[in-house]
Design a protein around this ligand. Structure first.
Ligand SMILES: [Zn+2]
Length: 411
């Protein structure tokens, strides 16, 4: 078994606000075997990091790897072959930014997950929801106001983020079909959205009965529900129904944040996407009506970080970027760093996200038994989070599952 010994590594994993003294880390195969001050491993290839920062591979808990266009209605009409090849490009770029695991919250299917596991293409690990569930006129109904052709019930295009399911029976069936098809959790659209044409932000998605049904289905399968949410009212009713993963949360208020924290829920802010939709969405094909909706949620986003932190609601890293805007994936670190301490921002993309993804101890940590997902950063991200931006320019080494995907000389 191939073994690599990293020496002189200063670990930054989001648990401390300063870099600790250098240690050694031994990787055997695809697993971290040992972390200690000194490790004797005569057969291992030794790489002296010279005091550089060693981080666990980053985790983005809110992506859509099939979103190769900003216009999601058009994206859903592209041929599967084209979406497949473009999503492989998007995933390679994510990996080269240091994201060794991503959670896809709408679109990616089990085929892409297996493709990532087989390792023939450079991609992050994938945790998937399959198609997101939306009600008629909700955040995944892209038909527009004047089109009344029925939405498909099976055979979804890979480029489609979600599927329309209405009523308790249909929602149950859809959830069961996604789980049967390999979904790791269930995603629902429970609030109006920017990208969709007929649902203003304040719309509440799904009746209480439908929410209860989908939460029950997820629990029966041993998993959880993630919901697309902006308004305080939408968040509260979803937490009441037992939704665990609260996406976006831009308009959350302190009381609801405290309630969500008490229920053991997670928030996944995605502030960078609202920034970029506002500044470049229009140019990149995001419809004009949608750009106008972005303003409703964008400004409140920064305030939501302070509210959720004060409430003790754990926040995982998320980006939710579409099409060409994917290149801004790492800028969420810098945006959050304007409000939150750097080590907490890093934690959102390491151990906090790992817990949300139910891969605690396996990813987001440098500890014996974890997957060897590692990045080496030139400099100290605790002092400067922007070292994680610039498309991985400051990442000297990237290792995923024990294999190097980037290996620059360390001089
Ligand atoms: Zn999303």
């Amino acid at each position: 078994m191939a073994a690599t010994l990293f020496t002189n590594a200063r670990i930054v994993d989001g648990t401390l606000d300063q870099r600790p003294d250098p240690v050694s880390v031994l990787v055997e195969g695809n697993i971290i075997r040992d972390v200690a001050k000194t490790i004797a491993a005569p057969k291992a290839t030794t790489i002296d990091l010279g005091g550089r920062t060693l981080m666990p591979g980053l985790i983005d808990a809110h992506v859509h790897v099939i979103a190769c266009l900003a216009d999601l209605g058009r994206n859903a009409m592209l041929p599967d072959s084209l979406v497949t090849s473009r999503s492989l490009v998007l995933m390679r770029q994510m990996l080269m930014r240091g994201f060794t695991t991503v959670r896809d919250v709408g679109g990616a299917d089990f085929g892409l997950k297996i493709t990532a596991e087989e390792g023939h293409f450079p991609t992050p690990r994938l945790v998937i929801s399959g198609k997101a569930l939306s009600q008629t006129g909700g955040h995944c109904d892209f038909r527009g106001r004047y089109i009344d052709t029925p939405t498909p019930k099976t055979g979804f295009r890979l480029g489609s983020l979600g599927r329309v399911a209405d009523g308790i029976d249909e929602v149950r069936r859809a959830a069961r079909e996604e789980i049967k098809g390999g979904a790791d959790f269930i995603k629902i659209m429970a609030n109006g959205g920017c990208a969709s044409p007929t649902d203003p932000i304040h719309f509440l998605g799904y009746s209480r009965g439908e929410l209860d049904a989908v939460v029950e289905e997820a629990r029966m399968a041993g998993t959880y529900v993630s919901a697309h949410l902006y308004t305080d009212e939408a968040i509260r009713r979803c937490v009441e129904a037992g939704v665990h993963s609260l996406e976006h949360c831009n308009l959350i208020k302190p009381e609801t944040a405290a309630f969500a924290a008490a229920q053991g829920a997670y928030a996944i802010p995605t502030l960078v996407t609202f920034d970029k939709l506002a500044s470049e969405g229009g140019k990149l094909g995001f419809p004009a009506e949608s750009v106008a909706k972005v303003e409703v949620v964008r400004a409140a986003g920064m305030e939501s970080l302070a509210i959720m932190r004060a409430a003790g609601l754990p926040m995982a890293y998320g980006t939710d970027l579409l099409g060409e805007m994917h290149r801004h994936q790492s800028e969420e670190f810098v945006i959050r760093g304007l409000v939150l301490p750097a080590h907490e921002v890093i934690a959102s993309a390491t151990h906090v996200a790992a817990k949300l993804l139910r891969l605690e101890g396996k990813i987001g940590t440098i500890a014996p038994g974890a997957y060897a997902d590692l990045i080496v950063v030139d400099g100290d991200p605790l002092q400067d989070l922007s070292l994680l931006t610039f498309q991985g320019r400051h990442l000297k080494l990237i290792m995923k599952n024990g294999a190097f995907v980037k290996r620059a000389t360390l001089t």
